[in-house]
Design a protein around this ligand. Sequence first.
Ligand SMILES: Nc1ncnc2c1ncn2[C@@H]1O[C@@H]2COP(=O)(O)O[C@H]2[C@H]1O
Length: 231
Amino acid sequence: MIDKREILAANPLLSGLPADVVEELMAVSVLKQLSDGECVYAQGDDGDGLFGVVQGRIRLSNSSRDGKELLVMLVEPGDWIGEVSLLDGLPRSLDAFAMGDCAVLFLPSARFNALLKSKPELYQYFIPMLCRKLRLALSYVEGVALFPLAARLAQRILELLRFYGVEDDKPGVLINVHLPQEDLAKMLGVSRQAISRELKRLEADGTIALAYGQLRVMNTVALQDELDRYV
Ligand SMILES: Nc1ncnc2c1ncn2[C@@H]1O[C@@H]2COP(=O)(O)O[C@H]2[C@H]1O
């Protein structure tokens, strides 16, 4: 039996929420385990509840009928997903899949709506979250419309560096997340070949190093310069 309190105490998911709300969330939510690749929900499903990532990662993506996938983001422990369809009553805006073994806190929609009704101050928590996601979405749209692939790739690598960068005993900073070139291509909405070409170019001028599926950033300033030419 999983001890919900013990697991959540070490997770940022509930930090920033008033103590009485945390107590209520504890009482009405369910901790669920998901295995690698398991579907949390699919785009177009009804919004049945809110999910908080406790352990592991959730992959949010959008697929077209002809099988193309846009990888919108990797959701980390401490973040909530699923609030959009609960707030606007429309179907799920994206597919959500577990990446690796995950634990999520599930809050059924009826409980979420009742909680918002009894504690409207909770909007102060969800509105900034929505604004963050809106800004992120706008910055990606802006990138596609205005920047060449080289600048968008530099921007993504810098973002990944902020999230997953670790220093070890080797030169440069390792991006410590398993993200195959295929996924990087899906994040930027281009072909695997186009990403491979750009990565090779960055490797040739010493900006990054590629080895065994890992990406290591050797020159952050060069990436920033690539981006600054457009932003
Ligand atoms: N552009 C985005 N960036 C980050 N998260 C998003 C974005 N769009 C949607 N989401 C999240 O993905 C979820 C998909 O299901 P919902 O539409 O219920 O709620 C959505 C948000 O929680």
